[in-house]
Write a protein that binds this ligand. Structure first.
Ligand SMILES: C[S@@+](CC[C@H](N)C(=O)[O-])C[C@H]1O[C@@H](n2cnc3c(N)ncnc32)[C@H](O)[C@@H]1O
Length: 235
């Protein structure tokens, strides 16, 4: 509960619009204490997963939330992921959308919050964890910055997951580039809405995400806000 009020307080400090606050509050209760439910799903999906540090399974906190929304969707074919790390999120998407293919873009060199991590091991783990999908051509690995990827990309996607560099400047670029390449009716999922790593609150993703939502409301047909934000583009 304390975390909820802390998040609410910070969202108020950055002047989050009321409709976004209300959306967050509405999603808080159904996902309150969902860790146990998420870990049940985690056991099914990641039985033989290799990890540098098993405490860093951030994505797993969202499994119940995401699974609840997407478990009956099967119309997602082309997925793009910015920020793959060891492959947890990519594997979730491939297992959830059985007929999908995913393009994973990562520098495998980390960002501000990853200073103590060995990215040679993290990339090697990604390769081990995703080997069967890479062999089946369901997963394409691209080792590059998201900026370089977007400047050479002409392909559009049904779902784009943004979880790369979390500085507000880069989040803004990733969101805008992703929105351009997202098919109508497609989903944009933004990670770490409630991530407050930078002391100056406006340098975290939430301000950028709030602005993006407010400016694009007429092109958004569905919006779900919690730790991750799910945005559906109009058809
Ligand atoms: C939080 S991790 C991703 C976690 C992963 N999605 C998961 O759920 O397990 C962020 C990743 O973004 C990558 N990254 C950082 N800056 C990047 C950039 N400019 N372009 C692409 N990837 C970047 C890092 O190397 C890191 O692996």
């Amino acid at each position: 509960m304390t975390k909820f009020f802390k998040n609410l307080y910070r969202l108020l400090l950055i002047r989050t619009p009321f409709f976004i606050l209300l959306n967050y509050i509405t999603n808080f209760l159904p996902n309150y204490k969902s860790k146990r439910k998420s870990s049940k799903i985690e056991k099914q999906i990641y039985s033989d997963f290799k990890s540098f540090n098993f405490k860093e399974k951030w994505f797993c906190n969202n499994l119940y939330y995401l699974n609840n929304y997407f478990k009956y969707s099967n119309d997602i074919s082309d997925i793009l992921e910015i920020g793959s790390y060891e492959g947890r999120s990519a594997i979730f998407f491939l297992k959830t959308f059985k007929n999908s293919k995913i393009t994973c873009v990562d520098t495998w060199s980390g960002s501000d919050e990853h200073l103590k991590q060995n990215f040679n091991i993290i990339e090697a783990n990604f390769d081990i964890n995703t080997k069967s999908y890479q062999d089946d051509n369901r997963l394409k690995k691209i080792k590059n910055t998201s900026n370089d990827f977007f400047s050479n990309n002409f392909k559009s996607f049904d779902l784009i997951f943004v979880d790369g560099d979390h500085s507000s400047e880069q989040v803004k670029k990733d969101i805008n580039n992703s929105w351009k390449m997202l098919n109508n009716g497609g989903y944009l999922i933004l990670d770490d809405y409630l991530w407050w790593y930078y002391k100056d609150l406006k340098n975290n993703p939430a301000v950028i995400i709030n602005n993006f939502i407010s400016e694009n409301l007429s092109n958004i047909s569905f919006l779900k806000i919690w730790q991750q934000v799910i945005i559906k583009k109009v058809n």
